[in-house]
Design a protein around this ligand. Structure first.
Ligand SMILES: NC(=O)c1ccc[n+]([C@@H]2O[C@H](COP(=O)([O-])OP(=O)(O)OC[C@H]3O[C@@H](n4cnc5c(N)ncnc54)[C@H](OP(=O)(O)O)[C@@H]3O)[C@@H](O)[C@H]2O)c1
Length: 267
C-alpha cells in the first residue's frame, strides 16, 4: 500500500479548543499550509483575535464558532456543521484535567470533564466519519495524552478520559486503513500551555521539565506523523520512553508511583 501523504489543502480543518495552547497551534499550522480553518472554543474574543491574525498573516479563510462542548447544545452545533460538508480534518483537542482526591473534587466539574474530553470527542468523530468514508479523504486527530497509558490516582477522571480517547482512536485508525481517510491519537507529555494552571499541576510540570515542550514543537511533530498516516503519536523521545514503563511494570507498582507523583502536596 502506498505511504500516506499530507491531506490536500482543499480539505477544510475544524479545531476544537483553538483559543489557546495546542489547539491554537494546530489552527496556525493548518492555516499556514493553506487550509480553510474553523476554530471552536468558548472564549469568543480570543477566537476573533486568532482569526484576524490568521487572515492577515496567511491569507487564510477562517470561521469562528463559539461553543461550549460540555453541553449537548454546543456539541450539536459543531456536529451539524461537520455534517453539512465533507470531508474534513477534525482536530478534537478541547479538554482539561482536574486534580485531587476524587471524593473531594466537585462532582459536577468531574462530569463536565467527561462530557468534554470523552463525549465531545466521540460525538464529533461520529459526525464527521460518514463524510470521510464517502470522500475517501480527510481525517481525525484526537488529542489524548501520555496520561492515557496508565491510571493516575488523584487525576483519576482525566487519565480515564484520555485512555478512552487513545483506545477509541487507535481502533478507528485500524478500521480506516485503506479507505483514504485516517485517524490519529496524539498523546503529548507535558506541554507548556494554560493546561497546567487549569488542572493545578504546576508542580508536576516543574518535575517533568526535561520532558516538556512548546505547543509549536508538539504540533509540528504531530503533523509530520499525521502526514505519514501514523495511528498513535507520542511527541518526544523521553515521552515515548515513558509510555513503555507502565506497559512493562506490574500495575500495582505503576499506580503506586503515579499516585506518589500526583498526590496533592497540601493534602
Ligand atoms: N498541556 C499539556 O501538558 C497536555 C498534555 C497532554 C495532553 N494535553 C491535552 O491537550 C489538549 C489541549 O490542551 P492545552 O494544553 O492546549 O490546554 P489549554 O491551553 O488550557 O487549552 C484548552 C482548550 O480547550 C478549550 N476548552 C476548554 N473547555 C471547553 C469547553 N467546555 N468547550 C469548548 N472548548 C473548551 C479552551 O478554550 P475556552 O476556555 O476558550 O473554551 C482551550 O482552547 C487537551 O485535551 C489536553 O488534555 C495537554
Amino acid at each position: 500500500m502506498a505511504a500516506a501523504k499530507a491531506v490536500p489543502t482543499s480539505v477544510p480543518v475544524l479545531v476544537t479548543g483553538a483559543s489557546s495552547g495546542i489547539g491554537e497551534e494546530f489552527a496556525r499550522r493548518f492555516a499556514e499550509r493553506g487550509h480553510a480553518v474553523t476554530i471552536v472554543a468558548r472564549r469568543a474574543e480570543r477566537l476573533e483575535q486568532l482569526a484576524e491574525d490568521l487572515r492577515s498573516r496567511y491569507g487564510a479563510t477562517v470561521d469562528v464558532l463559539v461553543a461550549d462542548l460540555e453541553t449537548a447544545r454546543g456539541r450539536n452545533s459543531v456536529a451539524k456543521l461537520l455534517r453539512e460538508r465533507s470531508p474534513w480534518v477534525l482536530v478534537n483537542n478541547a479538554g482539561y484535567g482536574t486534580r485531587g482526591r476524587l471524593a473531594d473534587l466537585d462532582a459536577s466539574r468531574e462530569r463536565a470533564e467527561v462530557q468534554l474530553n470523552v463525549v465531545s470527542t466521540h460525538d464529533l468523530s461520529l459526525a464527521v466519519l460518514p463524510g470521510l468514508l464517502r470522500a475517501g479523504a480527510g481525517g481525525i486527530i484526537n488529542v489524548a495524552s501520555t496520561a492515557a497509558f496508565q491510571s493516575l490516582p488523584y487525576m483519576a477522571t482525566y487519565a480515564a478520559t484520555k485512555a478512552f480517547i487513545l483506545h477509541f482512536t487507535e481502533a478507528l485508525a485500524e478500521e480506516l486503513r485503506g479507505s483514504g481517510a485516517r485517524a490519529m491519537a496524539l498523546c503529548p507529555g507535558p506541554v507548556r500551555t494554560e493546561f497546567s494552571e487549569v488542572a493545578g499541576v504546576q508542580d508536576y510540570m516543574e518535575l517533568a521539565r526535561p520532558m516538556s515542550m512548546s505547543a509549536a514543537k508538539c504540533v509540528s511533530t504531530a503533523l509530520r506523523a499525521f502526514d505519514r498516516g501514523t495511528a498513535v503519536c507520542v511527541p518526544g523521545p523521553l515521552n515515548s520512553a515513558a509510555t513503555l514503563g507502565p506497559r512493562l511494570a506490574p500495575r500495582v507498582v505503576v499506580r503506586k508511583v503515579t499516585g506518589q507523583i500526583f498526590r496533592p502536596r497540601s493534602g
